[in-house]
Design a protein. Sequence first.
Length: 388
Amino acid sequence: MNKEDFDTAQIEHDDTGNVKKTNDKPDIIIDVRQYQTLLEILDNPRKALKAMSAIIVLTIAIFAALAFVVISIKSFYPYNEIKTNMFGATTMENEDVELTYWLFNTAEMWANSGIRVEKGDVLTIRASGKSNTAIHHLVEEVEYNQQLTHNWAGTEGHKRSGRRSQYRIMPERQSDALIMQVIPEDVVIYDNNLYNNKYISPNFSDNNTKEENYTEYNNYYFIGKERTDLRIVQDGILHFAVNDIVLTHNCIDTIQKHNNELIKREIKTGNIDDLYNKAYRLEALIANNDTAEYLKIIDNKSFAEFCQKWIVYNRQSINLGKHPEAIDAKIYTTLNKHLAEESKISPNDALPFHNEMHYYRSNSYYNAWFDDNVGSFLIVVEKQKNKN
């Protein structure tokens, strides 16, 4: 319909509701149909009741679904707060429990977790992982394609026989197992007086006294794979280690003395004390590189035979290893000229005056722990907030 027709046409509806064209002058009629269905429902009480019921059911279903989602998330992630300390320990907590995850590098001696505890706290500690406390053996055996003699250990450690076992931090526990102690927050064990610190090794710290008992005085705890209902008896920070030997000066001297006593029982000679005194003298001469003096001592048949016997019985005693630094080849030449061919001394043999303990002592080599240990344990500490 063009403008002229619209001006002259009159709009009427027929019986079907359709617009019919007339030539009379039109009237403008607006027919609103947008809410017709809603109006029809409201005009019908039954339909209105059904609609209201459907809306209520839909609303309940939406709220139920939201509640299910919230409860599900809460069950998988029930913690209200997450925080991480400077040592990498991540703590998640709710109203009842603090749960802390921390990755422990087993090469670190008494690693600080930064996890604070108070007297009366009740802990459950779980751990998993692997460590090896003799990486030098591991490297050598892999290099020569040999079967491992010092296997990887889990958090419960493994049984290792031998006289060295008594020098571990906790000698009555499995070697390489996970252990823990609580150290007061104001104590720093990594300082210039490391060996004098009673927290470093309870039985062999350099200032250790017989009156101190490590299980009571220093708060040492065996953890292993799991320790439940562990009640803390003093405030402090949790520190962790594997149950190995800490080479303090006191420990080194004790091992050397013990080894020499065992060998003395086997070497049948009347001048054994004189031979040992020469060995002690040699250690100082070699350290000072006094070649002329130490060759005078070594150029002696009795002393050469003593060294050869010492090597044999050492393997049956504590079995000290060779010194990691080579000594003057003249020493081997001079000793061997007094020995039979089958008794020759090799640079790979530990000597009574030149073995691993002499090296550790002269170099204050507590870092042997770091150099010799490898591995990691994931430690989970659960602390109940409500103390009984």
